[in-house]
Design a protein around this ligand. Structure first.
Ligand SMILES: C[S@@+](CC[C@H](N)C(=O)[O-])C[C@H]1O[C@@H](n2cnc3c(N)ncnc32)[C@H](O)[C@@H]1O
Ligand code: SF4
Length: 370
């Protein structure tokens, strides 16, 4: 089994959520057959870059739960992932029967985009599913028993209180999903939500409340037996997302489909053409295939490893011709923001709420090996 993953982007959604800046399309008539054929062609062309079968296959979006199951089955068979086949599903486009059909087609892990159980915030985010639909989906998935499953939630919503966050966590924990991803709401340029905030209305939680909410999430989930293995990701034992482990452990993955990003074993980054029609017309024309750039590779290493509990691997840094300037990092080590061992530089107890700011400082502490 190769230690690489495959990401397949399925770019269509029924509506656009107000906070979302992803490369998505709202066409009513979706050329799903032609798009799948293009994906199969692109996958065949990727073979020269990767050795052996991939470990994981991840269908992301967009809304992969809109894609016909027989086309998903074709892709699953062609890719032949050995350990995990994951699919992102939205409550408004998922029925209990569909859950069974996905598992029969070879899906082993479902990632359910609940985002919020609160009717008020469902409306605000333009998600279009009721509390009952969300809970029914969680129950249907639990009954069908995939190898693993996960729920995505967003916190730090405008005017959300800690008590409301607790209610979200109560609903979540009542179904005990094996894996949870919890993201603080961010304002992405060009979204409907960015316009609202631009007019001075309904900003997300400020820094202090955001931190209290994040710590509340960590406390509640760890009391319930979840391990935090990445800043935003929590798993019961044995249920980490293998796909995400590729991203955070700086391992290669193939990125297939419109606008999908890939990371080849050579270190080069690939980006597919963003529009589905262009992708279908020529799936072998990547919009850019960057040559491996050493400076970019070092930044990628920090960004993709520091948020993970296993941290930045020092042997990898040495192989890239660099070392850490420990004198420059001493204040952050002393304050408990970072922790050092011979193998890795990790987030310390005080570092988890400021991981992205720390990434920048860690990157600035790299020095060429003598
Ligand atoms: C690939 S995205 C979307 C997955 C799926 N299409 C859905 O909507 O459920 C993965 C996750 O990123 C998070 N996310 C996307 N935009 C965000 C934003 N502006 N702020 C916080 N979290 C966001 C959401 O939790 C989402 O489930
Ligand atoms: S369903 Fe997901 S990908 Fe589609 S618009 Fe909403 S957040 Fe974005």
């Amino acid at each position: 089994m190769g230690s690489y993953g495959v990401y397949v982007h399925l770019p269509w959604c029924a509506t656009r959520c107000h906070y979302c800046s992803f490369n998505i399309h709202l066409d009513r008539r979706r050329p799903e057959r032609a798009y799948t054929t293009a994906l199969l062609r692109q996958w065949a062309a990727h073979a020269e870059h990767f050795q052996g079968a991939p470990e994981t296959l991840h269908f992301g979006g967009g809304t992969p739960s809109l894609h016909p199951v027989e086309l998903l089955a074709e892709l699953i068979e062609a890719v032949g992932a050995q350990a995990e086949v994951a699919l992102e599903a939205n409550p408004s486009s998922t029925s209990p029967e569909q859950v069974r059909a996905w598992l029969d087609a070879g899906v082993t892990r479902l990632s359910l985009g609940i985002q919020t159980f609160s009717p008020r915030f469902v409306r605000f985010l333009n998600r279009g599913h009721s509390l009952e639909e969300s809970l029914a989906l969680l129950d249907a998935v639990a009954t069908e028993r995939p190898a693993s499953w996960s729920v995505d939630l967003i916190f730090g919503l405008p005017e959300q209180t800690l008590a409301e966050l607790d209610e979200e966590l109560d609903h979540l924990l009542s179904r005990r999903p094996p894996h949870v991803s919890l993201y603080g709401l961010t304002v992405e340029p060009g979204t409907a939500y960015a316009n609202t905030v631009g007019r001075g209305r309904r900003p997300p939680a400020g820094e202090e409340l955001w931190e209290r909410m994040y710590l509340r999430v960590v406390e509640r989930l760890s009391e319930s037996g979840y391990e935090r293995y990445e800043v935003s990701n929590f798993a019961l034992p044995g249920h980490r997302s293998r796909h995400n482990e590729h991203t955070w452990r700086y391992r290669p993955y193939a990125g297939l489909g419109a606008g999908a990003h890939g990371f080849l074993p050579s270190g080069a980054r690939t980006v597919g053409r963003p529009d589905p029609a262009g992708f279908i017309a020529n799936p072998l024309l990547w919009e850019s295939l960057e040559p491996p750039d050493p400076e970019q590779a070092l930044s990628d290493l920090v960004v993709s490893t520091l948020r993970h509990t296993e941290g930045l691997p020092r042997p990898t840094l040495r192989r890239m011709g660099q070392r850490l300037d420990l004198a420059a990092l001493a204040p952050l080590l002393d304050s408990g923001h970072l922790a050092l061992s011979p193998e890795a530089l990790r987030l310390g107890p005080a570092g988890w709420t400021v991981a992205d700011a720390l990434s920048l400082k860690v990157r600035q502490s790299f020095r060429p090996l003598a």
